[in-house]
Design a protein around this ligand. Sequence first.
Ligand code: ADP
Ligand code: ZN
Ligand code: ZN
Length: 749
Amino acid sequence: MDNRYADVIIDIAHEKVDRPFQYRIPEGLIERVTEGSCVRVPFGAGNRLRKGYVVALKSAAEYEPSKMKEIDSVETGGVSVEGKQILLAAFLKRNYGSTMIQALKTVLPAKVSVRAVELKSVRLAIARGEAEEALALFEKKHQTARARLLKELLFVDCLPYGLVTRKLHIGAATIKALKEQGIIAVDTRQRLRNPIRIKTAAEEKKRLSAGQQKAVDTVLSDYDAGIRRTYLLHGITGSGKTEVYMHLIEGILARGRQAIVLIPEIALTYQTLMRFYSRFGDRVSVMNSTLSAGEKYDQCERAKRGEIDIIIGPRSALFTPFPNIGLIVMDEEHENSYKSESAPKYHARETAEEVARLHGASVVLGSATPSLEAFYRAQQGRYLRLSLTERLTGGQLPSVHVVDLRKELKEGNRSIFSRKLQELLDDRLAKGQQSMLFINRRGYAGFVSCRACGHVMKCPHCSVSLSEHKGGRLVCHYCGYEEPSVKNCPVCKSPYISGFRAGTQQIEEKLGELYPQARVLRMDADTTKKKESYEKILAAFAGGDADILIGTQMIVKGHDFPNVTLVGVLAADMSLSVGDYRAAERTFQLLVQAAGRAGRGALRGEVVIQTYQPENAAIVHAAAQDYRGFYEEEILYREFLRYPPVCNMMAVQIFSGEEERGAALAKRLAERAAQFRDEAEKADKRLCVIGPAPAAVGRVNDIFRFVFYVKYENYDKLIEIKDMLEEEAAAMQLKNELLQIDFNPVNTF
Ligand code: ADP
Ligand code: ZN
Ligand code: ZN
């Protein structure tokens, strides 16, 4: 049947319009109106013609067709950049749950009325010989910031100003001083438009390895054959993935299209950025959270005008309004930061696939430890897996020791450092090599475990850890199952059963007692409150200012430390026992990454993994660096309990100022969701509702939180349920309660 009706979003500049309006499509326009079309429609009482975008086509009218207005005309020339953005917003709204306005705000850069900050760059203003002399002088006088900047400029001639201040941590005063000495010049936008010669020879193009060449050839020949799909580039760190991305980008640029490179913000280091800058010069731009709204807007304008063709950034870089995207790269595809934490709670992976669909682009996902989602899809043939198996940097993989903490306790060692770890720390301190101690703590690991036998208290229905609540209860955050706390371990009867607690600060203190002479740096949420302190601590450690770096998962990403030859994971169980079905996957990824930190340089590294569950699959396979082995076991568990990626899972969170009302609302909505099944779905029991349960953090700032989950293979059915729940909640006119939806959440609530 013909689509005779169109949902139209009107005049997006006027942020007031939150919903699409339905219009009739006149006979003569039916062929020409498509999703994303820009149309003119009569609007308001005066029926003034306004510009709008079609976000959906319908075959049936939502209200009386005779009262419906008609589309006046369609702009020619296909779907514009803006049209694609609007379609993307509609996709976010539909698939992740949010208002249209929230979705539009996610996709479109905030309009900044004041002209944005000028785009500045810093370049060398003197000859190389003179610059080298100046550098030697600065180094002699220990003017390290000046020396650092000069060194970089000798390497590439010209650097974006923001990169210098934000990534190199060189202050405005230093830049000013060098400028006044006539050593450097600061140019503004006008100049930047004329391509500045960045010495592209600085980053030589490498002869690709056979694996790299095959990956590049596959993607590009598919591209030329008109095949667009998603590729999973699977290769350990150092196997040359970034090099593959750069070759692909070059190929895509040569075909007249643009490229988006997603990198988790935490991994967007100066080194990585420089590799792209020195290869592609000023056709590259960076988007990150430290940019002001004005700067972001500016980037978008430059992308629209075709002044740049490559953008590098975290998930939001996906919305860069390029006219004709040919390639989207998503590095470290498994990272949790690719999931948005506020509505629309989109995941960059699937959103990238939608952007690619709208533009006709290819998608390349890269990882050393792919998410179960990506690998599962590759196994099913939905993604094409390309693997890189050689490590091109040389250097051997580290040797891994798994230490059983139960045995340590039995043999009288009550310290948080096992004897093996102490022995190796002694050794490294004596040799002047560096060590990293890592505690994979997640926000609220309230699980209960036995230090004598390793037993973890788990939910009998959901197979995730129970969390300790005040008042002596153990609670499952999926289904709400509860049992009283225990005094003795139900397995071995030992009294050493309790909530697991150890923080970075405690470790620092204990380390100070054991090694008063060691220089220690600590990195965690406390020491990195300020955005830039993260990189500063890493830079200090890289510069040899400390012997030992203690930290949370933050320290396992990004920077390379050639002098680190020992990595200790203090309690692998911390992340293993979070009450979340992804706990094992995350632990595996973290352990592999952590292990990869040891022995990057010429010296071989060693890794100590301390745990109460040495037989756990995540630990065994991480110690062996065996992704495939881990995947095979983990996917069985997901299949058995029907967790993603085998199933889809929608979390419905309810926030309330009053505990009882919140609980009652959660119960009511969960029941409504369960009733929404048709007879067949009821019979095969696969569409199921779990909970409601109080959320992991049950109460924050006097707001009570409840959550229930709906699991089903069919994503569209979950969307229907979401829409129904939202309508239900709207009809109730809730004042003190709030509903939030999260599809395939990456965090426990
Ligand atoms: P990944 O992104 O998988 O960690 P990179 O692309 O960063 O890997 O490569 C790791 C190191 O190997 C880099 O220093 C890079 O310059 C180097 N490298 C990559 N490809 C080649 C190659 N074909 N020949 C020589 N060195 C290479
Ligand atoms: Zn026990
Ligand atoms: Zn449960």
